[in-house]
Design a protein around this ligand. Structure first.
Ligand code: NAD
Ligand code: WQD
Length: 330
């Protein structure tokens, strides 16, 4: 069984990826200090896979501790590096915290890989590197625009670091991951206050918020609200298995968009949630949110061609699973 080291594997996307790795016959080992997740996700993974697995509670920016793990864990074939802070809002107030953790952890991982002659890394990047693209759907070759936030800047810096490092790398640029595993045993356990659309919808419906404000309906889109590319987290998780199979057989530097290719407006997302779960979402139209991109969705041709990966789940599936996760958290 091929051993894969997964930093941030207890987090939202990481935990779903661990399940897919195990299902595909890999042997994942997690490094996560739970700074933005919960032990519940570790227990959830164990329940789903039906066995214990190796997990190191370590900060990825701690070079000495990381070197020790890399020494202990022999024959690692590749690293999947999820560990990072992800709150756009917090990054505006604490840019150094974001730079130190997001860029710092990648640098430590790369140094440890070099020491142990590990060649392959898959990196969690984001569509945020594109800013507001000139052409839609956005292709991987589109230029980086000025980052909208210090968080976005860390993703741009990390991708550049990978290009200048001798290792084989794949940067996966995720669009908007939503939903959860069908059993709702794992999910987003962020300590951050929810700021993404779907968790805010579910928090509103469960009664933790009075209503959701739709940030602007005067954009140049079909119904005036912003367009995004929402992808089911299970499909996103599977893209890592495809990326792994690719990088273990092909050297070099690669970048792939991981989205559905479908642009969905905020109002369409709310209506899909309502219909999928037979529930009403209390919303009102408010002002635009500063820094919001009007529309962005992925060109997914490259991932389909090279990784033989494409999303299988619908927006409705994602909305049902998002609601199941919210109820499970209660
Ligand atoms: P998450 O916060 O749920 O997961 C990140 C995990 O990394 C957490 O479990 C956290 O405890 C851990 N971690 C953070 N810093 C660490 C450190 N220094 N040492 C050890 N563990 C550490 O976030 P997520 O949504 O699962 O995102 C995973 C990756 O994907 C991140 O790099 C994020 O920037 C990127 N990404 C996320 C989204 C999204 O909308 N969720 C979109 C694009 C890209
Ligand atoms: C989606 C749409 C909002 C909340 C974030 C990060 C980005 C990347 C993806 C990590 C927008 C609207 C939202 C609300 C609303 N993540 N909305 N009312 O804007 O694509 O970006 O996730 O890399 O870096 O910034 O996602 O979920 O915040 O918003 O109307 O209460 O929902 O305006 O149009 P976004 P989001």
């Amino acid at each position: 069984m091929k051993k894969i080291l997964v930093t941030g594997g207890a987090g939202y996307i990481g935990s779903h990826t661990i399940i897919e790795l195990v299902k595909s016959g890999y042997f994942p080992i997690i490094i996560d200090n739970l700074c933005n997740s919960s032990i519940n996700n570790i227990h959830g993974i164990e329940k789903i896979i039906g066995k214990e697995f190796r997990w190191h509670n370590i900060d990825c920016t701690d070079k000495l501790k990381m070197q020790k793990i890399f020494l202990e864990e022999c024959d690692i074939e590749a690293v999947i590096h999820f560990a990072a802070y992800k709150s756009v809002e917090e990054s505006v107030n604490k840019p150094k915290k974001y730079h130190d953790n997001n860029v710092g952890s990648l640098n430590v991982v790369l140094e440890c890989m070099k020491d142990k002659n590990i060649q392959n890394i898959i990196f969690s990047s984001s569509c945020t590197v594109y800013g507001m693209p000139d052409i839609l759907p956005v292709e991987e070759s589109a230029p980086f625009k000025k980052a909208e936030s210090p968080y976005g800047e860390t993703k741009q810096i990390c991708e550049k670091i990978l290009l200048s490092n001798p290792c084989n790398s794949i940067s996966l640029r995720y669009f908007n991951p939503i939903g959860s595993y069908s059993s709702a045993l794992i999910g987003d356990c962020s300590a951050d206050k929810a700021s993404n659309l779907v968790p805010i919808i579910t928090e509103t419906v469960i009664g933790r918020r009075k209503e959701i404000t739709v940030f602007g309906d005067d954009y140049n889109t079909s119904d005036g609200t912003c367009i995004r590319d929402y992808i089911h987290v299970v499909d996103l998780a599977k893209s890592h298995v495809s990326a792994l199979e690719f990088i273990l057989n092909q050297s070099g530097k690669h970048v792939f968009n991981i989205g559905t290719g479908n642009g969905v407006s905020v109002l369409e997302a709310i209506k899909t949630f309502e219909k999928a779960n037979n529930l009403k979402v209390n919303y009102s139209i408010g002002k635009r949110r500063s820094g919001d991109i009007e529309k962005i969705y992925a060109d997914t041709k490259l991932a389909k061609q090279k990784l033989d990966w494409e999303p299988k789940k619908t927006l409705k599936d994602a909305m049902i699973s998002a609601w199941n996760w919210e109820k499970m958290k209660e």
